[in-house]
Structure formats: C-alpha cells, structure tokens
Design a protein around this ligand. Structure first.
Ligand code: AMP
Ligand code: ZN
Length: 471
C-alpha cells in the first residue's frame, strides 16, 4: 500500500511520491538553543524521527536535515546575562540537546547545520533576491523581502495578503519602520551594540530567522525537497516566508509535502514559564524513563493536540511496560526452551502474527498514525502472550520476539532491554549464583541464570569458571 501524508499545503492527505525514487529529502526545523529543550520541542523531534524510521523501514534512503538556530535574540540575552559570548550559550545547549535526543532514542540527523556556519549561503541568497527584485535594502541597512512580489504568498497558511495586512498587528514590528510595506519581512538586520555580527554588502549585521532554513535546506538537500516539517506554530510566518524566499530565489517548488505537528499542552493549558507549567525534557526524565516519554508522545496522532499530565504519563508507563514484559517473557522462555525446530502449528501462528505487521504498516501508511500503530503492537503482544509456553520451540519464540522488537523499533521504542544491565550488576549476580551452587541451592542458581537470560545475558560454565556474554 502506498504511504499517505497530510500536506498542510493542500489540506489533504496525499500519496507520497518522492522526487527521486527510493530517496527522501527531509528538513525539520530544529530548536533555538538558549536553554535545555522543553517537552514541547521534544514532540517534533520524536514524531519526525519516527516518520524517518518508518520510511527507512519501507526501504527509503532518508537524508534528514535538522538545524540548530544559534543566532537569536534569546541567545544574545542569555549571553549578556551570563557575561559570555553567545557562542558559549549556543554550543552548550546544542551539546545538551544532543544528549536529550540520545536519551529519547532520536537518531542524529544526517546533518545538523548551525545558522552561524552558513552565513555565506545566506548572503548569496539575499543577493539573488535583491537582484530579482524580491528584496530591497532600506536606508538603515536592513534588507527586507518584498512580500507582494511573490504572488503565491499565503499558499501554505491559506491566508490572503489583504486580510493579513488588515488584521495582523504582529506585522507591525518596532524598529522596522523603513519597510515599503507592512507585510515585508527581514532578511538581514544591522547589528546592535554587543551583538554578534557579520560583514555584508548592506551593513554589519545578522540574518533574519527565516532565511537560515531556506539556505540550509538548499545547501544540504538541494533546491527541491520532499518533506519540510516542524510544529504548527511555524506554518505562519516562518514556513510561509521560507517558501517565499526559496521559490523566489530558486524558481522551483521548495518542498512537496509540508508536515506540522500539533502542540503539546500541560494539563490542558498552554505551556508557559509565567504560568509555572513549563518542563524541560530533563525535568521529566528525572521522574520517568525516557522511553516512557517517547511512548507518550507517540500515543496520539501527531496532528492532534497532546495533553501532558501525570495520569497520562502513568498510562504511558503501563503501556510501555506491557510490551517490555512480553519481550522479557519471550527471552525467559527462550532460555527454557528445549525444542529447536518450529512445528507446523507454530508456523501457522507465525503467519497469523505477520498479519499484525501488515496492520501496523497500514496504520503508519495512513499519515503516520502512531496511535493506531501502537494499538496494533498491543494486539500482537496479546496474541504472543496467549500463544507461547514453556513447550514452544526456540525458532518460534525468536520470530515472535523479533516481530515485537521490529515494530517497537520503528517507533524508536527500545523494548529489548539487554543493554540495560551493567557489567558490575551481572558480575554480582554471577557471584551470588556461585554461592548458591556451593550451598547446593540449585533452585536459586537456576533462577539467577533465568533472570540474567531474560535480560539477554547468557552464562557458560567452563573449566576456567563462569563466562558470560550478551545475546
Ligand atoms: P523553537 O525552539 O521554539 O523554534 O521550537 C523548536 C520546535 O519545537 C519547532 O518545530 C516548534 O514548532 C516546536 N514546538 C515548540 N513548542 C511546542 C509545543 N508546545 N508543542 C509541540 N511542538 C512545539
Ligand atoms: Zn525553520
């Protein structure tokens, strides 16, 4: 079955047809790095990482680019507060963000460009826009995009230029009084005291926010890409402006599919520092396993608002543990199993289990419906739990385990926790087992062997003593 993606541009689900067969070029707007990332930022990271994983599972080669915005008012403010260069702030929080991503099992992007490293490309694109009449320099050195020169402006956010002009007060930005038109937006702005700046043909200054993504996307993925994504707050003006810049400069369609995740709220309210309901990923990971947070994020469809609450996190913990327990049980049975070969009746059950893999794909093909896909994993878990026993063959148990692990892995959920045991914990249990054997407490010795096996640790009794390896 073909994959369908809801495209913000057409407001419909469209069949996914990549520009180049077998390849996906995908750009996801990343965070502005002035603090630890908050749990709202984690939503697009997890959602689009899952989109990427599913596409890879389908056989696509995915070139995944996600930027760090490392020049911005908030970064500069924090740098001034701490009395350091803004680079110190941005580098610190890029490193911290990467740690959070690793905890949440978000794969590193193919490229993680940083705006400050791409100034040359921005100067080039701005120059092209000026030459083509889509941008102009004001007397104070600010370069603006001439919004009305791009006839399709508003096509992503489905806004009409005249309505925008009439009703949107946010377009009247202080300090931007030299614009030709209130709809115009900044491409390059003059430096202020104490701010980082770069040389340019127009003035010493720094880029506007929107130009960075147009430039980085072009540099790492080319002028035409398959998917451009981010949170729904980015549709207007950020993505609308990116389209205007890229399409006006390159004369080509910028991105084929525009994907936007809905917001994450806290106890049904907008997350905000002033309301005291603001959580970083770090705050949450003090209380919960990162996998539980990841499970929670995927428990709703990415286009539905998601509410964060202690109750829902508890439900996520239970759901996640249900899958892990099933895998642990399979590992335990694998340690006990004596029959190697799969029987005929088991082969029939494996066929039945494969039906769940198809059902999972169907849910994901339908605009990445992870909520339904996770329900299918639960169905598979239930099927497995009711169809295995100590009499099951190794081959059969192994196939079932692989199926649960495969589907969980597409969601980026680690359910086979073999890596979790530290070497020293393993050694301690082995010592305890030796002591139990010495005391002729063979039941306890066997129990320990089973416990270790459930965690993927295989013991071998050799003449030189007990050796262990990870399965
Ligand atoms: P920012 O650092 O604000 O540019 O945000 C980085 C990414 O996180 C963007 O894709 C935003 O749309 C997204 N984002 C920010 N807050 C939330 C939220 N509460 N829920 C979901 N996504 C969010
Ligand atoms: Zn962006």
């Amino acid at each position: 079955m073909s994959m369908k993606i809801y495209n913000t541009l057409s407001k419909t689900k469209e069949e996914f047809v990549p520009i180049e067969p077998g390849k996906v070029k995908m750009y996801v707007c990343g965070p502005t790095v002035y603090n630890y990332i908050h749990i709202g930022n984690a939503r697009p990271m997890i959602v689009f990482d899952t989109v990427r994983r599913y596409m890879e599972h389908k056989g696509y080669e995915v070139n995944y680019v996600s930027n760090f915005t490392d020049v911005d008012d908030k970064i500069i403010k924090k740098a001034i507060e701490e009395g350091v260069d803004s680079e110190v702030i941005s580098q610190r929080y890029i490193a911290e963000c990467k740690k959070d991503m690793a905890s949440l099992n978000v794969k590193p992007a193919t490229t993680h460009p940083q705006a400050t490293q791409e100034i040359c490309g921005m100067l080039d694109m701005i120059e092209t826009l000026i030459q083509k009449g889509h941008a102009y320099k004001a007397a104070d050195g600010t370069v603006y995009f001439r919004t009305r020169s791009f006839k399709e402006y508003g096509k992503l956010s489905h806004k009409n230029l005249d309505d925008l002009q009439g009703g949107n007060r946010s377009l009247l930005v202080s300090g931007e009084d030299q614009k030709e038109d209130s709809l115009d937006f900044v491409l390059w702005k003059p430096k202020k005291d104490g701010e980082p700046y770069w040389e340019s043909p127009w003035c010493q200054g720094r880029p506007g926010w929107h130009i960075e993504c147009s430039v980085m996307s072009k540099r790492y993925l080319g002028e035409e890409i398959d998917i451009h994504a981010g949170g729904e707050d980015l549709v207007f003006p950020h993505h609308e402006n990116e389209i205007a810049q890229s399409e006006a400069a390159n004369g080509k369609t910028f991105a084929k599919y525009w994907m936007h995740n809905a917001f994450l709220n806290i106890d049904n309210k907008k997350m905000s520092k002033s309301a005291g309901n603001f959580f970083t990923v770090r705050d949450i990971l003090e209380k919960y396993d990162p996998q539980v947070l990841r499970f929670f994020m995927l428990s709703a469809h990415y286009r539905s608002p998601l509410n964060f609450s202690a109750d829902l996190m508890e439900a996520a913990r239970n759901g996640y543990e249900r899958i892990v327990t099933s895998v642990d049980n399979l590992k335990y049975l694998l340690g006990k199993a004596t029959a190697e070969e799969i029987t005929e009746s088991e082969a029939a059950l494996v066929k039945e289990a494969e039906g769940y893999v198809d059902k999972f794909d169907e849910a994901m093909d339908d605009d990445f419906n992870t909520a339904d896909a996770i329900s299918v994993i639960f169905e598979l878990v239930k099927f497995v739990n009711t169809n295995v026993s100590e009499a099951s063959s190794k081959a059969y148990l192994e196939v079932l385990k692989q199926e649960i692990v495969l589907l969980s892995d597409i969601c980026g959920l680690i359910v086979d926790k073999k890596e979790e045991m530290l070497d020293e914990d393993i050694e301690k249990l082995i010592e305890e087992r030796q002591a139990a054997r010495k005391a002729k407490n063979f039941a306890r010795a066997d129990e320990i062997r089973g416990e270790l096996l459930a965690k993927g640790i295989i013991l071998e009794d050799t003449r030189e003593g007990v050796k262990w390896k990870r399965a």
